[in-house]
Every structure is written in C-alpha cells, then in structure tokens.
Design a protein around this ligand. Structure first.
Ligand SMILES: [Zn+2]
Length: 331
C-alpha cells in the first residue's frame, strides 16, 4: 500500500476515501491581495474556510486535492491554519500555472539564459515534494501545470517539461489544466510521454468542459484519467451536458477514467468579496456534486458502484500506480 502526503503529513492511500480531485481553498493574485484585500489576512477568512471544509467532511467527502500552485496564489501559512481546524485531508500541489510565459523569476534564470543554470523549476518542485514548501515541512503530493487556448508556447512547454522531470524524480502524479476546445490534452500527452511520463499517472483537467466524447475517448485510450472537474461553472457548458457526457462515457466503458470535482475556492480575489463570488456563481461550491450532481448521475443511469469508482477508486489508483511505478524504477 502506498502513502500520500497531505498537509498534516502522510496517510495511507486507503484513507483517502471520497476525493474531490481538483479544488482550491484560497485562489488569488498574491500581489493584488497583498495590496488590496486585507480581509484575506483576517482570522475570520481562515475560520470561514475551515467551516466550509468541515461541512464537506460531514457530507462524507474525505479528501480534496488543492491545485493552487505558483501563478494562483499558493499561500501555505493560511492553508496550514485551516488544516489545523478541519479533519478533511488536503493534498497540496507544486508546479506553475501559466497560459503563455514563465513567471518573471524564471525569465532570465534557466538553461541558456542570462543566469545560465539547469532548469531551476525542477529543483523548486522537487524540494516542495521532498523537503516541504517554504520551510513549513508541508510536502506537496501532486504536480500541476497548464496549457490553455494559446497552446504550447515556449513558456508553457518549459513548465510542462519541468513538471514531467520532477515527476520522474519523485513519482508524484500530475494534473494538467487543459482547454478541451483546443484539444490541448493531446498536446499534454505528447510532451509528457516524450519526457518518460506514463500517461496513466496524469489527470487531464477540465475534460468536463466538453461534450466531445470522441476527444475524451482518445485521451482515455492512452491511459489518462479525465477531470470532470468544473461542476457548478455554467458559462462553458450546461450541467445537464456535463452529466450526460459522464453517462455516455460510462456507457462506453470508461468509468475507470473519470473523476469528479468543482474547481472552486473558499476565498478568491477573482471577485471583490466572498459574497460577490457566491452571488455570481451560486452553485460553485464543494457540496454541489454531493447535493445535485450525484442524484442527476443516478437518474442518467450511472450506478452507485460506478460513482464510487469515480469518487474513491480512481483517485486512489492515481496515487498508488504512480508510487508503485516509481518504487520499481528506483529499486
Ligand atoms: Zn483549478
């Protein structure tokens, strides 16, 4: 049996339980928040987040993967304060979220650049996984990068290859933010495979944003898990379409390739206040799947056993298979 790093330390994969594979707790532009959102640093922001996560645990969900990496305002001190007030498992991530260029600190620092050095991002990611993040001892359990509508820009490719190398060095699985509209999941699979990543160790994120079953089958046929992970976001595709796509994929035999999540947050500066976020996106919260989507899936012909595979077995396999492969590679 394998172990997974959570914010409170390692747990056995059997303790993961029901997992929301793509969420955030705090989501922000850190510079903006530092300057214009003093409320983020108030105790009640932590207390409110803990209350929300406790409600998630009470509903029978045991674990969330927090995919807030560099570029999305990862703030481990506040996250650790929240973790101390909830029994929900939180797996934190390392990586970079960008659609075009590398973050400023890497623009002149790296192979062949003004400050010529081996790719510094690899060392950063590996340190987050092996030693812990920013001196906290909290170790990342997942790697993350992104490729959106602009496709494989030089910056996106540099990050993706750095994530792949950190994966090969540590055995931690990968989630990638993708844009199904541009079929960027296929690009992810090509680049990661070139770097020696087994595509079964990869969740292709935001696959739920399309109803194009042919595209989804192509990704799944190469072994990857698909993130049906934006429930509660209504501006790309309707909830009904999201549910129907899952039902169709299940019917075609792909239940072992599906995972569920919302991609939501407790607190985000994407909206001026928490209240404004809740008003603008009333279904975008951690309990939407539990309350509204599971009944809709059952109605659409998906069985409880199949839901358990998406919610429990597939996320567990995501960590176990990667760990097992890594162990056989290094021994
Ligand atoms: Zn996300």
């Amino acid at each position: 049996m394998a172990q997974v790093q959570t914010i409170r330390g390692p747990i056995d994969t059997s303790a993961l339980g029901r997992v929301l594979v793509h969420e955030h707790v705090f989501l922000m532009n850190m510079e903006y928040t530092q300057n214009y959102r003093p409320d983020f640093f108030e105790d009640q922001t932590v207390a409110r987040a803990a209350a929300k996560l406790n409600a998630v645990k009470a509903a029978g969900i045991d674990t969330i993967i927090d995919l807030t990496v560099l570029g999305l305002g990862r703030h481990i001190p506040n996250l650790a304060k929240v973790a101390a007030q909830t029994q929900l498992n939180m797996i934190v991530s390392t990586g970079v979220y960008t659609f075009d260029e590398v973050p400023g600190p890497f623009a002149f620092y790296g192979p062949g650049l003004l400050c010529d050095a081996p790719e510094p991002m690899v060392a950063h990611f590996v340190r987050d996984i092996v030693e812990g993040i920013a001196g906290t001892g909290i170790r990342a359990g997942e790697l993350k990068c992104a490729i959106d509508m602009p496709g494989l820009t030089p910056g996106v490719e540099r990050v993706m290859r750095a994530v792949a190398r950190a994966h090969v060095m540590t055995g931690k699985p990968i989630t990638v933010h993708t844009a199904p509209k541009a079929e960027t999941g296929l690009v992810v699979q090509r680049v990661l495979a070139q770097e020696g990543v087994n595509l079964e160790d990869v969740i292709i994120g935001h696959c739920g944003d399309t109803g194009d079953v042919d595209y989804l089958m192509k990704l799944a046929d190469k072994g990857s898990i698909l993130g049906m992970d934006r429930f509660g976001i209504h501006f790309t595709i309707t909830t009904e379409e999201r549910v129907n796509t899952i039902a169709q994929m299940v019917k075609r035999g792909y239940v072992d390739h599906l995972t569920l999540s919302h991609d939501c947050a407790c607190w985000s500066d994407f909206f001026p206040t928490v209240e404004a976020y809740n008003t603008a996106m009333p279904d975008h919260h951690y309990l939407h799947i539990h309350r509204e989507i599971l009944p809709a899936l059952l109605e659409a012909g998906v069985t409880q056993g199949q839901i358990d595979r998406m919610f429990i077995d597939n996320p567990r396999r995501h960590f176990e298979a990667a760990a097992k492969r890594f162990a056989t590679r290094v021994t």
